[in-house]
Design a protein around this ligand. Sequence first.
Ligand code: DP6
Length: 354
Amino acid sequence: MNDIFRTRLLEEAAGMKDVPRGEGICTKECPSNIAIVKYWGKYGEQKPRNPSLSLTLNNALTATSIHWETGKNIRPSVRFTFAGKESPVFAERIGKYLATLQPYLPFLSKSSLHINSVNTFPHSSGIASSASAFGSIALLLGEIADELYGKTGEEHFLRRASFFARLGSGSAARSIYRGMVLWGESSRYPGSSDEFAVPVQEVHQDFSDIRDSILIIDSSRKKVSSSVGHALMEDHPYALTRFGEADKNLGQLLEILKTGDWESFISLMEHEALSLHAMMMTARPGYLLMKGGTLSVLEEVQRFRKETGLPVGFTLDAGANVHLLYPPAVAIEIKKLTDSVLKAFCENGEVIEG
Ligand code: DP6
């Protein structure tokens, strides 16, 4: 509820009123993430209605570079390209985003920026890339601020990047850290905040190298965006129960992460994924983002687990694609399952190793 960190950043900004002359090109990579406990519903300035916990991916990255120029005589301008091509839709979103950051980074009003992003995963794949895109931009803006006004310590640098990333896309706040990352204030995790994400400290060795295979069921643009989905939680009949359940699930997940219990991890992860989609189906108006292929994959995964006893479970983000999470020890068996059964439900047989 409180805005302690925001206040601190505004105080820092007061010391950045003079904009020195500067120019440079910098590049940063930032991974995407997949939530185990889902953020669904927000309020105020991009604050979550419930805490969430995600796994940062290894291979699904956005690399962004910014060519910047600052100085008191510079006319502010922003150009955004995606893999070198003009992208007016995203440019507009970035323009609005930079305007929200201006109070914290006053040099933005005296800067000319050319931002270029590239994804390491296929752009058409339907994998939400806003987390990695905003994460990488937030990191870069922090780097430019450091170059103009002097370095901040690593802890503050990352926390500030997480705060900035959140203002672009809520889930992006978590992409700043590796491993298991928590965003949203909860009495179950001291130090947690609605303002920025924090890395989860106590994670059992057996969860240190989780694999994520992403089954691309449908790569087309989804018919209901996440922003509309978040907004539909405002007068959702089950909203309050959901927010409470998410917090309870977070408490359970934190315990599971300490003990390394894969069975409980899978059970909780699948429950969260289905709860998220239940919220979509029971909204007014209700909607479905899962496709027939999604349901077939979920059933096949549960059948395979029952038959083999192997630790593999699914989760979903706000779309039709399925993430399979499992430990590296069963990677060969999961590849066999994917190749022989699951790929048939994927668009062009596409599977991405996240
Ligand atoms: C289902 O972070 O994409 O993936 O804050 O409006 O940009 P905005 O929403 P976004 O929502 C992500 C929702 C989710 C769950 C999650 O990542 O926690």
